[in-house]
Ligand binder design. Structure first.
Ligand SMILES: [Zn+2]
Length: 472
C-alpha cells in the first residue's frame, strides 16, 4: 500500500504538519482519492469474502469504479452487519478477523485492535496493521500541530485509558508528533489527575468536556488552587459532543484561564476530524484531517440516498477507507449525522469541515422537522442559570416520529422563582421556534430532580403517562 510516512522532524514555525495534503486543492485531492480508491477496492475484493459478496450483490467489479461517484453502486456496510460477521468469525475461526469479515490483512500483520466505546450494543472491532497505525499517528499529528502543539509541550492525557483509542493509541499519536504525553487517565481519580498537573506542569489537557467541567469545580477544594491558575493553554475535547457547544466551550475556556478549546473526533480507524481556531471565539466545525485516507459521503438517514457535499448539507456519514490494510471500511454507514462545510477555511486548509449533529438512532421527527437531543441541549443551555441545563425528552412511544408537541422535562435553576416560569417558558419557546423550528411543551421540575449520569447521558425517556399533556 502506498503513502506510508515516517515522522519527520519539522521546524516548529511551520504552519502545517503536512503542507501538501492539508492545503491540497480540491481537484487534486479528488484525483488522489480516486487513485487510492481504485487500488483499495481491488484489495478489498481480493482479501475479504464479505467484500467480494458486496460487489456481487451490487452487480459490479472493482474495475467498474472509474469515478468517485461510481462507488455509489456498491452496497453499504452497516454496523449491524459488522457485528454479525464478527460474531460468526469468532464462532467459526476462533477469532474476529476471519476471511468472511472486513479484515483484509493476514492475522500476523494485525498489530492493534481498536473499538468504539460501545455506547449501543456489542462493540465493533477495528483491526489495524503497523501501516494503519502509522496513518492514524500521521493524521493526528496534523491536528495537534494545527492547534499549536510543538515538541517540548507536555499534554496530560485525562481520558479513560481503558477506552481503546483514548488510551495507548492516543499516547502514541501525541508522541509521534514530538510532544510529551503524561498518560495519567481518569481511572486514578480526580485528585490524582490534579496532583499530576501540579507535578508535570502540562500546557495542554486531553479530556472529555464533562471531566473538564468537573476539574474546574473540584480543583479549589482538592488542591487549593483554581483551575485557571494551573497553566493550561490548550484543552482538547473528545468522546462527547460538548467540544462543539458554544456554552460548554466558554465554560471550559473561562474555567482554565482562557485556554483554547479544540474538538476532536474519530481516531480508531480511518476517519479523524479536529477543529482549528477559525473563526476565533466561535466554532466552525472540525476539519476532516484524513481526507487522503477517508472518502466521505453523506446520505439521507431515512431513504439512504446520497446527498451532495454542499455548504451546510446535513446527512448521515458514510466512509470508505483509502490506503488501509487491516479492516478497511467500504461505504460504512457510521450512524453519525453531520453537517458539512466544504469551502476552504480561513486557516488555509482545504477539504471539508464538519459538525456532528447527533446519532442517527437518536433522531426525532416533529412535524417533518428532524431534531436531535444535542440540538435541544444547546438551546436549553443558553438559558442558564435560569435553568440548570439538565433535561429529558419525554416520548409516548419510541421515535423517530413524535406526535407534537415535543415534551421536554426541564429543571429550572435555583435562582428562579417559580412564578417567573411563564416568562422563561415564553422566551424559550421563541428561541426553539426560531432556531429549531419546533414549539416544545415544557414540564418544569425543581433543581436536582433529574438523575446525573456519569456515563453517556440518555436524554430520551419513554413514558406514556405524559401523553395526556402537562403534568403539574
Ligand atoms: Zn481551519
Amino acid at each position: 500500500m502506498e503513502g506510508r510516512r515516517r515522522p519527520v522532524l519539522q521546524a516548529s514555525n511551520r504552519r502545517y504538519w503536512n503542507h501538501k495534503i492539508e492545503t491540497m486543492p480540491e481537484d487534486e485531492l479528488k484525483a488522489l482519492q480516486l487513485r487510492k480508491l481504485k487500488k483499495q477496492l481491488i484489495y478489498n475484493c481480493e482479501h475479504s469474502l464479505f467484500y467480494r459478496g458486496k460487489f456481487k450483490e451490487g452487480g459490479l467489479t472493482p474495475e467498474d469504479v472509474k469515478t468517485l461517484d461510481d462507488i455509489r453502486r456498491i452496497p453499504f456496510t452497516t454496523k449491524d452487519e459488522h457485528r454479525r460477521i464478527q460474531e460468526e468469525s469468532i464462532r467459526e475461526f476462533g477469532h474476529p478477523y476471519g476471511p468472511t469479515t472486513i479484515t483484509c490483512a493476514p492475522i500476523e500483520k494485525i498489530v492493534r485492535i481498536n473499538s468504539t466505546s460501545g455506547t449501543t450494543g456489542m462493540p465493533t472491532l477495528y483491526t489495524l496493521t503497523q501501516h494503519d497505525v502509522d496513518i492514524v499517528n500521521e493524521v493526528h499529528a496534523r491536528s495537534f500541530w494545527m492547534a499549536g502543539i510543538r515538541p517540548g509541550h507536555v499534554i496530560l492525557q485525562a481520558m479513560s485509558l481503558s477506552m481503546f483509542v483514548g488510551g495507548l493509541p492516543l499516547s502514541q499519536m501525541i508522541m509521534h508528533m514530538g510532544a510529551c504525553v503524561v498518560p495519567i487517565g481518569v481511572e486514578g481519580g480526580t485528585r490524582r489527575v490534579l496532583d499530576f498537573i501540579r507535578l508535570t506542569s502540562p500546557v495542554a489537557i486531553f479530556a472529555t468536556p464533562s471531566f473538564g467541567q468537573y476539574l474546574i469545580e473540584q480543583s479549589p477544594q482538592l488542591i487549593g488552587k483554581e483551575a485557571r491558575e494551573l497553566g493550561i493553554k490548550w484543552f482538547f475535547t473528545a468522546a462527547e459532543p460538548g467540544g462543539g457547544n458554544p456554552e460548554v466551550r466558554k465554560l471550559l475556556s473561562e474555567g482554565f484561564g482562557g485556554a483554547k478549546i479544540f474538538d476532536h473526533t474519530g481516531g480508531g480507524h480511518t476517519f479523524h476530524a479536529a477543529s482549528c481556531e477559525e473563526p476565533p471565539e466561535t466554532y466552525g466545525g472540525m476539519h476532516l484531517m484524513s481526507g487522503d485516507h477517508c472518502l466521505v459521503e453523506l446520505i439521507d438517514p431515512k431513504t439512504k440516498k446520497n446527498i451532495g457535499i454542499e455548504d451546510g448539507a446535513m446527512g448521515e456519514l458514510v466512509m470508505t477507507s483509502l490506503d488501509w490494510e487491516g479492516g478497511p471500511f467500504m461505504r460504512y454507514v457510521y450512524g453519525d449525522i453531520v453537517q458539512v462545510f466544504p469551502e476552504p477555511c480561513p486557516c488555509g486548509r482545504t477539504g471539508m469541515r464538519l459538525k456532528i449533529i447527533g446519532r442517527a438512532d437518536d433522531m426525532l421527527i416533529v412535524k417533518g422537522v428532524n431534531v436531535y437531543p444535542e440540538a435541544i441541549k444547546k438551546e436549553i443551555l443558553r438559558f442558564r442559570p435560569e435553568v440548570t441545563g439538565f433535561f429529558r425528552i419525554l416520548l409516548d412511544k419510541p421515535g423517530p416520529l413524535v406526535t407534537p408537541p415535543l415534551k421536554l422535562k426541564v429543571e429550572y435553576g435555583s435562582i428562579l422563582e417559580e412564578t417567573s416560569l411563564a416568562s422563561l417558558e415564553e422566551r424559550m419557546i421563541k428561541e426553539f421556534k426560531g432556531n429549531l423550528r419546533i414549539s416544545p411543551r415544557f414540564i418544569w421540575v425543581p433543581p436536582d430532580s433529574i438523575p446525573r449520569e456519569t456515563k453517556k447521558t440518555k436524554y430520551i425517556e419513554l413514558d406514556s403517562s405524559f401523553s395526556d399533556g402537562r403534568k403539574p
